[in-house]
Design a protein around this ligand. Structure first.
Ligand code: DX5
Ligand code: ZN
Length: 218
């Protein structure tokens, strides 16, 4: 099934709770939560207290994307704050296998992310242990960037790899996805779509339903 995961990085933070309820009512299945530390990526976003305070606004899957150095240090805190799925970057973990184990031991879903220029070899061996792979289609750090065209081939390649191993791993894509290019990434093999500016720019309910209509065609 194809799912939409709106990124709240582009939300109006003065009305965050209200906007999360709107996403939920419009039918978005996930809430994408971008945590940035100013080290792994240039910007700083928000952390545990914000997640904890929005947890009651929706029962949808809280999809926490950790763009932080050595995320293994904070797995327990993010689980306690309300994460249902935690994704860590292959590039930010000295011991990726141990970090994935730490997430799974908490009984939640685990994802592994790769930056645009990181080869898929970095995640080949960990694939059978994760529930989701996140293919970054922009360099992480900011919302509102343009999708990097070569990453579409990477989605096809990871899909091939997953099929070859006989796995059912979800493929999430993140960065620069809009109503114009969503079909291309779905056709390439993605099934969880992150969209920030394309959902929060304008009417949220209408944007979510446009995405869901395209995603559920055919
Ligand atoms: C980028 C973040 C994304 C971002 C997506 O570092 O991981 O989730 O918020 O925003 P758009 O859809 O505007 O590129
Ligand atoms: Zn993200």
């Amino acid at each position: 099934m194809n799912c939409l995961s709106p990124s709240i990085l582009s939300a109006d933070f003065s009305r965050l709770g209200e906007q999360i309820r709107e996403l939920d009512e419009a039918g978005a299945q996930y809430v994408h939560i971008d945590v940035m530390d100013g080290m792994f990526v240039p910007s700083i976003s928000f952390g545990m207290p914000v997640i904890r305070s929005i947890r009651d606004c929706s029962d949808r899957i809280f999809d926490v994307h950790l763009m932080i150095e050595e995320p293994v240090r904070y797995i327990a805190d993010f689980v306690e704050a309300g994460a249902d799925l935690i994704t860590v970057h292959a590039e930010s973990c000295r011991h990726l296998d141990r970090t994935i184990d730490a997430i799974k031991e908490k009984g939640i879903l685990a994802g592994v992310a790769v930056n645009p220029a990181t080869p898929l070899e970095a995640i080949t061996y960990i694939l059978p242990k994760v529930d989701m792979v996140l293919i970054m289609t922009v360099n992480p750090g900011f919302g509102g960037q343009q999708l990097i065209p070569y990453t579409v081939q990477k989605i096809r390649d990871v899909k091939k790899l997953i099929d070859k191993k006989g796995l059912k791993t979800d493929i999430e894509v993140d960065g620069g996805i809009d109503l114009e290019n969503v079909t291309e990434v779905l056709d390439a093999g993605a099934n969880i779509i992150v969209a920030g500016s394309a959902v929060f720019g304008g009417d949220i309910t209408e944007n979510v339903s446009c995405f869901l209509n395209i995603m559920n065609e055919g």
